[in-house]
Ligand binder design. Structure first.
Ligand SMILES: CC(=O)N[C@@H](C)C(=O)N[C@@H](C)C(=O)O
Length: 711
């Protein structure tokens, strides 16, 4: 009766949790549930407190749980501020200090914005409809936000298909109809975007296509009425109010064309075959505008070629800063421009790295975080643009989510390093006086000896410098030889780095070296590096990976006869590609894999990736789609492979894994396919905890079996 029946179908049942041995010791799978994640720090306007989201796994219930916690910047124990019975996250303080707002799914309210009162004792979270959410002037008297002014079109209540499951209903443009509404529960598809990795299948429209341009609204604090200040056929994006409350800056179509015209033009261009002159040219789809905060006619601030984002006012209200990217293949820069107009100033010059999270502080400084290869740092831009930005907080770690007090004196951020899961830190805004404010992971850190990694760089094809890391096995002893597994990241435009990572720790704990690198194509090294693999996937980036393997295999403590490879998504493509090109690995694991780019193009929710990277659609460039598809060379594979795939992965759908599995089976190559239910492309990151940990266990077992000879 137990057996298959004992496996729960969903995350509802509670299960007993086995106690773990005291440390110091190697990580065991159960430790995964103990690691706490800290995110979304928010410094109070007076700089005295920091609120944050704290997320833990609830092992017995196979779920994660998030709460809002608060800690004094002066130090002391962090306190939980939201109820353990509900999910709460992403806190933010009202500028007047009266409320701590946060997102929550608790029942009995409208929308998901809730607040804790700070100006009087109050036990329960409340909703405050008279306190608007949006961009506020310095005095915090009102907020500006964007919303559609017209309601979404409703399907008539008399629609004969209303009783059907949403995906089964015949979409608006459909020619066919169910023989009987009650007898068809399949999926009827007419539109291109009918599935999405996160949300799953997306029902088609039951009404004609309409446009609902985003308008500017303002709402005063203490008043629930919302005043619409624009009424246009184009959308307003990224709206920000000037510090004095008189103006609103926003981003909109460069010619203020209606959303319908801009969308229809984009749709028809997207149908054309790749054309070098047209598709590689700089485009000006959007520009920056300013409008009176009570409405009127907008004025264009600048005609700037490229895409603008992260619009921010200077504290004196005379200038605007934005992050601009001239074309997709060029690095993003921070620019400032006078509100009166004129040429924007590039503050980063030809600095190699790209900004994110920019703030223009009330002290006048522009600060931002940036990935510097595999680490990240907090930096201050030179407002003249003459010198490279100054690193304020850095080191071999990853910083995220910088948040400042109103005076621009204090900054809080989360940080993680190779052997330290995320915690909250605070420093003076100039980077001095840093202190760690939380130790949520104290107990697990005391029990588990997390493995550290040595960073190295090496020269690869074309003299390109590549960054890599080698993580030592748990219990490493000089003079002994250990197996090694190389990890290959996805994207391909993402990166590994200087942060605690469950996957690396999982294998290092089994007594293996873990090698990871950022081959060309990775993000974090500037756009030239990121896009240097365009049309050449699996070529020089493969060489970059294999050169790292050569370097490590030559070490006296690495057993080059016991090497493995693993990777997910683009890394899944690369592991199958490797399997067709070399037999030097004793075992490979391929995760959320891609083995045929033409199949992937048709089945994935992200065709734009290869349309750009492979210079067109499969029928525009079929030879490239074929040449770069591992399935074309599957007859060369000799290496045992573990394939891990999620049933609801719409990014890298199951077909690639199925054909790989069948091809290896037919050739007698050892292969296992593990298919995870109720999970999508993000199983290894945000999947159900029991399934996620099960996957980590399979990787341990696979490599232990083939590389160590134990299971
Ligand atoms: C853009 C994108 O989703 N690419 C996928 C093929 C991919 O490689 N994703 C990475 C980020 C992953 O690890 O899932």
């Amino acid at each position: 009766l137990l057996g298959a029946q004992a496996v729960p179908r969903s995350a509802t049942g509670a299960a007993a949790v086995a106690p773990l041995p005291k440390g110091p010791r190697a990580m065991v799978l159960g430790d995964w549930y103990r690691v706490v994640n800290v995110s979304s720090p928010a410094v109070s306007p007076d700089g005295k407190r920091v609120a944050m989201t704290v997320t833990r796994a609830v092992e017995s219930e196979n779920r994660r749980h998030s709460e809002v916690w608060v800690v004094n910047t002066a130090g002391g124990e962090p306190q939980r501020w939201t109820a353990p019975s509900t999910e709460s996250s992403t806190p933010r303080w009202s500028p007047d200090g009266k409320y701590l707002f946060f997102a929550s799914t608790r029942a009995g309210g409208r929308g998901n914005t809730w607040a804790i009162r700070l100006d009087m004792p109050s036990g329960e979270a409340v909703q405050v409809p008279e306190y608007p959410t949006g961009s506020m002037p310095t005095d915090g008297s009102f907020a500006v936000f964007t919303d559609a002014a017209v309601p979404a079109p409703q399907v008539p209540s008399a629609d004969p298909f209303n009783t059907m499951p949403a995906m089964a209903r015949p979409p608006f443009d459909a020619i066919t109809r169910p023989a009987a509404a009650a007898r068809f529960d399949g999926r009827h598809v007419v539109d291109m975007n009918y599935k999405n990795n996160g949300t799953g299948f997306v029902p088609g429209r039951r009404v004609p296509r309409t446009w609902r341009p985003q308008q500017l609204f303002r709402q005063s604090v203490g008043d629930t009425s919302k005043k619409q200040i624009t009424s246009t056929a184009y959308s307003h994006r990224g709206a920000v109010v000037s510090p004095d409350g008189k103006w609103v800056a926003f981003i909109a179509d460069a010619r203020l064309r209606s959303d319908s015209v801009a969308d229809l033009e984009r749709d028809s261009l997207a149908r054309l075959p790749y054309d070098k002159v047209r598709d590689e040219a700089e485009r000006n789809d959007a520009d920056i505008y300013v409008i009176d905060a009570n409405g009127g006619t907008p004025r264009k601030v600048i005609d700037w070629m490229g895409a603008e984002s992260a619009l921010t006012w200077s504290p004196d209200g005379k200038s605007l800063a934005f992050i601009g990217r001239p074309v997709r293949t060029k690095s993003a820069r921070i620019y400032t421009v006078s509100v009166a107009g004129g040429a924007p100033r590039n503050l980063l010059g030809d600095w190699q790295y790209e900004p994110s999270d920019m703030d223009w502080l009330s002290t006048g400084a522009i600060q931002f975080t940036a990935d510097i290869g595999g680490r990240s740092a907090l930096l201050r831009a030179d407002l003249t643009g003459k010198t490279a930005p100054k690193e304020l907080v850095g080191g071999r770690r990853q910083l995220r989510g910088a948040s400042y007090d109103a005076a621009g004196k204090i900054v809080a951020y989360t940080a993680t390093s190779m052997t330290k899961p995320t915690e909250l830190f605070v420093a003076n805004a100039d980077g001095t006086g840093e202190r760690q404010l939380t130790s949520f992971n104290k107990d697990v850190n005391a029990d588990v000896v997390w493995s550290d990694a040595d960073r190295f760089t090496y020269k690869s094809v074309g003299n390109m410098e590549i960054e890599g890391w080698l993580m030592k096995p748990y219990g490493y002893e000089a003079g002994k030889k250990y197996p090694m597994v190389i990890y290959i990241h996805g994207g391909p435009h993402s990166a590994y780095g200087e942060g605690w990572f469950d996957e690396f720790q999982n294998l290092a704990a089994q007594g293996m070296f873990v090698l990871f690198t950022n081959p060309r194509g990775s993000s974090g090294y500037g756009a030239d590096f990121t896009y240097s693999t365009r049309g050449r996937w699996g070529m020089e980036d493969y060489d970059d990976l294999m050169k790292a393997v050569d370097i490590v295999a030559a070490r006296p403590d690495v057993d080059s006869t016991r090497m493995g490879a693993t990777g997910g998504s683009y890394g899944g493509f690369m592991t199958t590609w490797m399997a067709t090109k070399t037999t030097r690995f004793k075992a490979i694991q391929t995760d959320r894999t891609i083995t045929d780019w033409t199949y992937w193009y048709g089945a994935s929710d992200a065709q734009g990736l290869t349309e750009f990277e492979f210079y067109g659609k499969p029928w525009d460039n079929q030879a490239l789609y074929d040449t770069l598809s591992p399935i074309r060379y599957v007859n060369k594979v000799k290496t045992p492979m573990l394939i891990v795939q999620s049933e609801e992965d719409h990014r890298t759908p199951m077909g690639s894994a199925e054909i790989w599995f069948m091809s290896l089976k037919k050739q007698g190559v050892p292969v296992e396919l593990v298919r995870y239910p109720r999970s999508n492309h993000d199983l290894s990151r945000t999947g159900e905890p029991w399934l996620l940990v099960d996957r980590l266990g399979r990787l341990r077992q696979w490599f232990s079996h083939w590389l160590i000879g134990k299971n």
